[in-house]
Write a protein that binds this ligand. Structure first.
Ligand code: PEP
Length: 252
């Protein structure tokens, strides 16, 4: 285990008032969180500005984005650039989530540009990869996941990829309550790390944080995080509840 990172992906949930209540609850319970864990919250985009102000001086919670464009500025109605995110104090950014790949047709070329744009602004990408159920069942899941990674990430330089967070998120486990077993997750995490080591080097591979996502909760986080190559979690549903998020974050 190289790092300990627990990131909450709030997705398109909570209205502004509800989101502010959850942020307050997190802040009020600071003392209960293990200080060795890097906590990240990725609220809906419109809340980033005020969250950044509230969190000013609260560097124990990192702000993350759920999406970004890859151009710095210009006539791109509705898009948000990495430099704008940076100006709000965003330090992590989710890229390539399966919901964006499926609903917004994001392919590897868009995803790799988004990753690079975040890195260029010193924002750590949380790059999501993972297979559908039929891919897992057809037994080519390792090749499938490695292709997602090589296509989108392996043009990066060693000092760039070493800043990455890679989230292994089997799609069949996202929001389904069907978590990957610790062995299934570790198998992929160790594969990812060893492929980075052979493409780059051991030091680079160990610097990359590889976290697990997919129905991670207070009951299963402990066993998952105990695996050698699991550096934490990307948490969807369970990040919307203070007690669940706290239990997961303290599960190392
Ligand atoms: C996610 O969508 O990134 C995720 C991990 O969701 P959940 O925890 O709800 O399965």
């Amino acid at each position: 285990m190289t790092q300990k990172i627990v990131a909450g992906n709030w997705k398109m949930n909570l209205n502004y008032e509800e989101a502010k209540v959850l942020l307050k609850e997190l802040i009020n319970n600071k003392d209960k969180f293990n200080p060795e864990v890097q906590l990240v919250i990725c609220p809906p985009m419109p809340y980033l500005s005020s969250f950044s102000e509230v969190l000013n001086g609260q560097s124990w919670i990192h702000l993350g984005s759920q999406n970004n464009f890859f151009v710095d500025k210009g006539a791109y109605t509705g898009e948000v650039s990495p430099s704008q995110l940076k100006s709000l104090g965003v330090t992590f950014g989710i890229v390539g989530h399966s919901e964006r790949r499926d609903n917004f047709n994001e392919d590897y070329s868009v995803i790799s540009k988004k990753v690079k744009a975040l890195l260029d602004h010193d924002i750590r990408p949380i790059f999501c990869c993972g297979e559908q159920l039929q891919v897992r069942d057809s037994n080519v899941y390792k090749e499938f996941i490695m292709k997602q990674i090589t296509d989108s990430l392996f043009k990066l330089k060693a000092d760039e990829i070493s800043k990455m967070v890679i989230a292994y998120e089997p799609i069949w486990a996202i929001g389904t309550g069907q978590t990957a077993t610790a062995e299934q997750a570790q198998e992929i995490h160790t594969l990812i790390r060893s492929r980075i080591a052979s493409q780059y080097d051991e030091k680079t591979a160990n610097a990359v944080a590889i976290i697990y996502g997919g129905s991670c909760n207070g009951e299963n986080a402990n066993e998952l995080f105990a695996q050698n190559d699991i550096d934490g979690g990307l948490i969807g549903g369970a990040s919307l509840d203070l007690d669940s998020f706290l239990t997961i974050a303290n599960a190392f």
